[in-house]
Design a protein around this ligand. Structure first.
Ligand code: ME8
Length: 500
C-alpha cells in the first residue's frame, strides 16, 4: 500500500530551530521505514509563506515579501537536506501551481454551497492585523497586549465557510476510527472540540494583502490557514510533475499540538466539504521544551539544529530527539543531554559494538564471518509494530534492547578468552560468538536505517552487506558465512576528538 507522510509547512517569519527539525526527522523515519518495506512513499515538507505576520517580518527586514520568503524558505530547505531527510517534494505556498489550486478549491467550496458572505466585526489591532476578543485585551481601554495601543472596532465583508454544518460528518469520521488522531489524549481533545459545536469561519481577509486573492473578489485574500492546509493535497498534484494524488492521498499528517484544532477539525471539514477524502491519520506530538517552556524563537531558548549537525552530525540529532522525548509527549531537551546520549549510547553502546565485532573478526577469523547460528533474539517484529503505532520512541527502545543484548553477549561469550584456548570446542564457540555479533550488527544496520541513516550505511558496508536495508533483512541469522568484514573508522568519534 502506498504511504504518504507530511510535516507541517513551517512559517518563514523566523529561522528554523530544533522544534522544526523534530517533526521533519520523525516524518523521515517513517518515510524511510516504509520504503524499507518496499512500499511506494511520498514524503512532503515545506514552508508556509503568506499572511500578515510574514509581510510584517519582510518589512522589518527591508525586503519585499517574496524576497524575504525566498531567503528564509531556503534556510528551511537547507536544514531538511542537512538532516538527511528524504522528502519527495518541498512545497512553498508561493509556488504559482499551489496558488492556482487554492483558488480552484475555494471555487469548489462556493459551488458546493458551503460559502456565504457576511460582516466580520470585532476589535482589531492594525499592528497585529488580527481581531481580538475583549478578554484578551488589557483593560481599561481595550489595549493590544503586544503593541500597547488601543485596538479599533472594525467591520469587513468576508466570505465564511459553513464549518458549523460539519459537526456530524466529523463525529462520524472520529467514531469510525478511534485511532484517527493519535495519541488518545489528542483524539479526545479534538473530539470534544467538535462535540462542543463549531462556529463558521471567515476564510477571506480584506485587510491582508500578502496572500492568494479570492478568485471572485480579488481585493480580498484567502485566509492563510486555508491556503496552508491545502498544501498537503496540492503538492501531490504538481510537486513531481505528474499528479500522484490518486496514489498517495490520503496522507498521514504529523504535527505539533499547537495546531491540533486546525488540522483535526478544520482540515477534514474543508476536505469533506469539497468532496475529497479526509486525511488518513493525524499524529499530534508534544513540545520540545527547554526547562518547562516550549522551545520557540520568540522565547529565545532554542537549540540551533545546524550547530548540532556541524558538531556531532545529523545522526546524533535525529537519534537524540526521538530517544530523549517519548514521541507524543512534551519533553525537555538540552545540549548537555544530547552530548551525554551521544557519548553513552551512540559512541559507547553502538559504536564500540561495531568496532569490537569487526576488529575481532579481522583478528581471529581473517576478516571473514565464520559459520554459526545466532544466539540472540530478533526484535524486528516488535519494532515494526511500534512504528505502525507511530510510537517512534518505543520502536527505538526495542532496537536498543538488541544493542544491549549484543553488548552483554560479548561480555558473556568473551571471544578474546575463547581465542586463546586450544580446545576445538572453544573454536566452535568462537565461531558462534563472532557469527552472532556480526549478524546482530548487520541487523542493527537495517533496523537503524530510519533513525541514523549515515551510521546505518557505514555499518552495513563494514559487515559486507552494503545497501542491504530492505526490511526482510531486519531479522537475525541472515548473514552469509564467509562474508568479508572490515573495521570502519569510529562511527561516532569521541566528543573531544570531534572538537566539541
Ligand atoms: O504552525 N517542539 O508553522 P510553525 C516540537 N505554518 N515541535 C515544534 C516546536 C517545539 N518546540 N516548535 C515548532 C505553523 N515545532 C504553520 C503550520 S501547516 C498547514 C501550517 C514544529 O513554523 C511542530 O511540528 O509555527 C509544530 O506544529 C510546527 O513546528 C509549527 O511550525
Amino acid at each position: 500500500m502506498p504511504f504518504s507522510v507530511t510535516t507541517p509547512i513551517y512559517y518563514v517569519n523566523s529561522d528554523p530551530h530544533l522544534g522544526h527539525a523534530y517533526t521533519t526527522v520523525a516524518a523521515d523515519v517513517l518515510a524511510r521505514h516504509h520504503r524499507q518495506r518496499g512500499e511506494d512513499v511520498f514524503f512532503l515538507t515545506g514552508t508556509d509563506e503568506h499572511g500578515a505576520k510574514v509581510a510584517r517580518a519582510a518589512e522589518e527586514a527591508g525586503l519585499t515579501p517574496k524576497e524575504f520568503c525566498d531567503r528564509v524558505s531556503a534556510r528551511f530547505r537547507d536544514l531538511v537536506a542537512k538532516l538527511n531527510a528524504t522528502n519527495d517534494y518541498f512545497i512553498r505556498t508561493t509556488d504559482p501551481e499551489h496558488e492556482a489550486r487554492v483558488q480552484d478549491f475555494l471555487v469548489r467550496l462556493r459551488d458546493a454551497g458551503h460559502l456565504y458572505e457576511d460582516t466580520y466585526a470585532g476589535l482589531y489591532c492594525t499592528g497585529c492585523e488580527q481581531f481580538y476578543a475583549e478578554g484578551d485585551l488589557e483593560q481599561p481601554g481595550n489595549i493590544c497586549p503586544l503593541h500597547k495601543t488601543p485596538v479599533e472596532w472594525l467591520e469587513e465583508e468576508n466570505t465564511f465557510f459553513r464549518l458549523s454544518a460539519f459537526t456530524g460528518p466529523l463525529l462520524e469520521l472520529y467514531d469510525r476510527d478511534p485511532e484517527y488522531v493519535v495519541p488518545r489524549t489528542r483524539y479526545n481533545e479534538a473530539r470534544s472540540q467538535i462535540e462542543a459545536g463549531l462556529n463558521d469561519l471567515s476564510v477571506s481577509r480584506a485587510s491582508v494583502s500578502w496572500g492568494v486573492p479570492l478568485p471572485w473578489k480579488p481585493e480580498q485574500t484567502i485566509y492563510v490557514w486555508v491556503d496552508a492546509l491545502l498544501n498537503y493535497h496540492t503538492a501531490l498534484e504538481y510537486g513531481t510533475g505528474t499528479d500522484v494524488s490518486a496514489t498517495f492521498w490520503p496522507s498521514t499528517h504529523l504535527l505539533g499540538k499547537d495546531i491540533l484544532r486546525l488540522h483535526c477539525v478544520l482540515w477534514p471539514a474543508l476536505l469533506v466539504a469539497a468532496g475529497y477524502e479526509p486525511p488518513r491519520k493525524l499524529f499530534v506530538h508534544g513540545y520540545l521544551t527547554s526547562g518547562d517552556q516550549k522551545m520557540s524563537k520568540s522565547l529565545g531558548n532554542v537549540i540551533d539544529p545546524l550547530q548540532v549537525i556541524a558538531d556531532l552530525g545529523a545522526d546524533a540529532l535525529r537519534f537524540y530527539v526521538l530517544r530523549e522525548v517519548q514521541f507524543g509527549q512534551d519533553g525537555s531537551v538540552t545540549r548537555d543531554g544530547l552530548d551525554r546520549r551521544y557519548e553513552g549510547e551512540l559512541a559507547n553502546d553502538l559504536g564500540n559494538l561495531v568496532s569490537r565485532t569487526t576488529a575481532m573478526i579481522a583478528r581471529y577469523r581473517d576478516g571473514r564471518v565464520p559459520e554459526g547460528e545466532t544466539a540472540l533474539e530478533p526484535v524486528h517484529e516488535r519494532v515494526a509494530e511500534r512504528i505502525d503505532a507511530l510510537d517512534l520512541t518505543g520502536a527505538l527502545e526495542e532496537i536498543w534492547t538488541l544493542v544491549r543484548a549484543a553488548n552483554r553477549y560479548v561480555e558473556d561469550a568473551a571471544p578474546w578468552a575463547l581465542a586463546r584456548s586450544d580446545d576445538p570446542a572453544d573454536a566452535e564457540k568462537l565461531d558462534t560468538a563472532l557469527y552472532t555479533l556480526a549478524d546482530a550488527v548487520r541487523a542493527l544496520g537495517v533496523l537503524l536505517h530510519g533513525y541514523i541513516p549515515e551510521a546505518s550505511e557505514r555499518i552495513l558496508a563494514a559487515v559486507g552487506d552494503p545497501g542491504a536495508t530492505g526490511w526482510e533483512r531486519a531479522g537475525l541469522g541472515l548473514t552469509v558465512a564467509g562474508t568479508a568484514v572490515e573495521q570502519p573508522p569510529p562511527l561516532f568519534p569521541r566528543l573531544a576528538a570531534a572538537g566539541a
